[in-house]
Design a protein around this ligand. Sequence first.
Ligand code: SAH
Length: 355
Amino acid sequence: MDRIDLYSLTEEELIDFFISLGEPKFRAKQVFPKLHEGVAISEMTSLSKALRERLADITLDTLPRVEKKLVSKIDGTVKYLFRLHDGECIESVFMRYKHGNTLCISSQVGCLMGCKFCASTLGGKVRDLLPSELLGQVIAANLDTGERVSNIVMMGIGEPLDNFDNVVRFLKLVNHPSGLNIGYRHISLSTCGVVPGIYKLAEIDLPITLSISLHASNDEKRTSIMPVNKRWHIDELLKACVDYYKVTGRRISFEYTLIAGKNDTAEDARELAALLRGAFRGTGAPIHVNLIRVNEVEETEFTEGTVDSANAFAARLESFGMVATVRRRLGADINAACGQLRRAAGAQASEGKVE
Ligand code: SAH
């Protein structure tokens, strides 16, 4: 019999599970919040020893374990390398902001999307993360820091919309009032542009913030750095974004990684502003462009520009009526770009990339 992954179960499913063991319904009500607090079954003293032993026999412990931890001396940002129950590794980053603690979580082991500047996708995708492993990153960070994660960004390793069902289950779990109770408005999901996933997300209408990794203002350039653009062109992507806004009323932010000499000229800024203003004309949607200087990855040829040139790009966007910010770099001294810790840990992935 397959072991039961308790952390992936909703409260209702946990009730059914305990009933199937011949236990009363209230066991689930006791256990659900404790699991999400990170209390191990063996430490749940409100359960009889016999029940704890039985649970240990039939359940799978999917909580990520801290394999390695880098703490920034500058701002306290913590970068975790987590080891999963099957030996695979993922990364999460814990950041302190004035408005609360934000955890950047991974959604897959590796990634299939093949963005040319990204370290996470170099070895392809190994597997999707389970809902419990998505939630487990938050539980493990809360436990390790002794603080509370209040905001989540899905911007770590992987493409969340390529793991749609598990991600949606996770969102509902982490939002549950008896669990970690993190509001949907405190959660952002970032996608490279998996268009059917954007429509599906709009359909279920959770008030999370959608971030689109755009990174280029025309198809030729975008396709040259993001293979996903061959599958869904910019116009289809922006059409899905407009639909998302119309259905959910939630603002959309666009991520734009500045790569020196590739997409950071004054003409790129003009074209980007025209593209976004054109796509959202008449919708009243507030649009935000987040500029990030590319993190240089050893295996790629891309280089970062200066802070001044990033500021100039932002100013040019603003001169065309856009709202743009240059993302502050937290943890500059532990600045391994997304996916690099995992690669350094020797995790090997085998599967191919999307073309
Ligand atoms: N797959 C999702 C989420 C993970 S990547 C997505 O593509 O949005 C999170 C963000 O980091 C994306 O905007 C991605 O394009 C960006 N990113 C990846 N590698 C980067 C690098 N080397 N430098 C700067 N940003 C990078």
